[in-house]
Design a protein around this ligand. Structure first.
Ligand code: NDP
Length: 497
């Protein structure tokens, strides 16, 4: 499946029904290394007929061996997968780094933790149970939780394996089968995951991967009548298209969409710690994460101090080649994202925000042809500006001043998004008061981006539907069946009188 092809690494097969097959509809597509702007791999892309094949395989597995397999056996397979994942996380991190441009130290830390998801959801696979519902002694009433069926998983390019893990681990634990369509820019690690799933010994068809274009393979997966549920991470605009295309057979949807998180620093906070968190979460993943605190709200008495600290920290960020161990921040993951970030930097300037660090592309030496951007900081940002309202997905922090709790909460909630938020204060009462008023799926107090397999994650408002991670993640992949059994077997004749 993986073979050198000249100087390019070749992944020319799809993983369908437990076999490595050539695409029926697509062809070989080059995957670009965003650090050099040059292709580094060739990947077989599938189209509608490949999706049809994969869905048929997933359906057969779902109706056959997977449905019959008891939860504890599914758990054992997931544990085997967790062990394999841990063993291969280092190599997968290198591949993700090449495909997405993510700094290797960051990719290693991220992928190095994914096995925990498989372990944790394995431990739930044999504990999925319903309730007994007390009525009266004429009936015994209970619920059973049953897998929703065939899941279409559609993932983005910014954190390819993380977004995949968050779907695949709970879906398999719940007893669903999966067809995965990774982002066109970052398909490689999805195929490596298929290799691990094959090695772990999952029945054929339980997990399938069809790299391809969203408009083509993705659209077919969404519209396919044999797919029961779509689990999607990506842009809100795409989610709306998916909703329309999947409406015909009323399939289930869960959406993890964008964010414009407020990261609030009150004057009574431990400012050094808050700056550590706010700067690291401004530029992690080169700014390409929905969870980042892209709006940093700073109380006026400490505003100048925080602005100066941001400018100083920006100078310390080592932007460089992703596989260099010393690099803090790699390039943007693809050329369109580079253009988008640069255009927002222009917009910020024209809106009157004060540029205090970065503000342009970096092209020195080895960075010449890559998609590198300097860590960028805008001060004196008003929440009405586009750089504070729209998701940039680049390493651009917007520092917004505020006075007091009321204004902090008003600015924090004045957004169409509601994914994550952070606040820093030493006042425990304020921590509770403010966090309870923030419209976001997760609020961090005196920390930021604490995300684990067991902590539910997902959006209020336009940031999504449903939750990934935690016990709640299983709900995405289960239906509830209520069974009512009469203890008397008596049913009155409605027409007796
Ligand atoms: P997109 O919405 O452009 O793409 C996401 C996936 O959807 C890709 O695999 C894409 O394929 C596919 N797709 C595109 N069009 C269709 C279609 N018509 N039918 C089915 N599938 C389709 O998002 P990005 O890849 O640009 O990812 C960035 C976005 O993801 C950001 O907005 C970010 O906030 C969000 N995100 C949210 C997270 C969360 O947990 N809430 C986490 C990470 C990211 P193709 O690659 O071919 O376009």
């Amino acid at each position: 499946m993986r073979a050198p092809a000249g100087s390019l690494v070749r992944y020319d097969r799809l993983f369908v029904g437990g076999e490595w097959v050539a695409p029926l509809d697509g062809g070989l597509v080059e995957s670009i290394d965003p650090a050099t702007g040059l292709p580094w791999a060739e990947v077989g892309f599938g189209g509608p007929r490949d999706i049809d094949r994969a869905v048929a395989a997933a359906r057969e597995a779902f109706e056959g061996p997977w449905r019959r397999m008891p939860g504890w056996e599914r758990a054992a397979l997931l544990r085997r997968l967790a062990d394999l994942y841990r063993e291969h996380a280092g190599e997968m991190a290198v591949l993700e780094s090449r495909d997405s441009g993510r700094a290797i130290r960051e990719a290693r830390a991220d992928l190095g933790a994914h096995h925990h998801w498989y372990q944790w959801f394995a431990s739930l696979a044999d504990k999925i149970s319903g309730r007994t519902i007390p009525m009266d002694d004429t009936v015994h009433c209970f619920t059973t939780r049953v897998p929703v069926g065939v899941v279409g998983a559609i993932t983005p390019w910014n954190a390819p394996m993380l977004t995949t893990t968050w779907k695949v681990a709970p879906a398999l634990a719940a007893g669903c089968t999966v067809v995965l369509k990774p982002a066109e820019q970052t398909p490689v690690t999805a195929l490596e995951l298929a290799r691990l799933i094959e090695k772990a010994g999952f029945p054929p068809g339980v997990f399938n991967v069809v790299p391809g274009y969203g408009r083509d393979a993705g659209a077919r997966l969404v519209a396919h009548p044999g797919v029961d549920k779509i689990a999607f991470t990506g842009e809100g605009r795409t989610a709306k298209t998916i909703l329309r295309n999947g409406a015909d057979n009323l399939k289930r949807f869960s959406f993890e969409l964008g964010g414009k998180a407020p990261h609030i620093i009150f004057a009574d906070a431990d400012v050094d710690q808050a700056v550590n968190a706010a700067t690291s979460s401004a530029w992690a993943v080169c700014g390409q994460s929905c969870a980042l605190g892209s709006r940093v709200l700073v109380e006026r008495p400490i505003y100048d101090r925080v602005v100066a600290a941001f400018a100083e920290r920006a100078r310390k960020v080592r932007v460089g080649m992703p596989l260099d161990e010393t690099t803090h921040m790699g390039p943007q993951a693809h050329a369109e994202q580079l253009d988008k970030t640069l255009s927002y930097i222009k917009i910020g300037r024209s809106e009157g925000a004060e540029l205090i660090a970065g503000g342009g592309r970096l092209t020195d030496g080895p960075l010449a042809n890559g998609y590198f951007v300097a860590p960028t900081v805008f001060a004196n940002v008003a929440n009405e500006m586009r750089i504070a309202r729209e998701e940039i997905f680049g390493p651009v922090a917007a520092l917004i001043p505020f006075s007091g709790e009321e204004e902090a909460v008003a600015i924090a909630n004045d957004t169409t998004y509601g994914l994550t938020a952070g606040l820093w204060t030493r006042d425990v009462g304020r921590a509770h008061r403010v966090s309870a008023r923030i419209q976001a799926g997760i609020v961090w107090v005196n920390t930021y981006r604490y995300i684990r397999w067991s902590t539910p994650y997902g959006g209020f408002k336009a940031s999504g539907w449903g939750r990934e991670n935690g016990l709640e993640a299983l709900d995405n992949f289960l239906e509830t069946r209520t069974t009512v059994v009469s203890t008397t077997g008596q049913f009155p004749d409605a027409y007796a009188q």
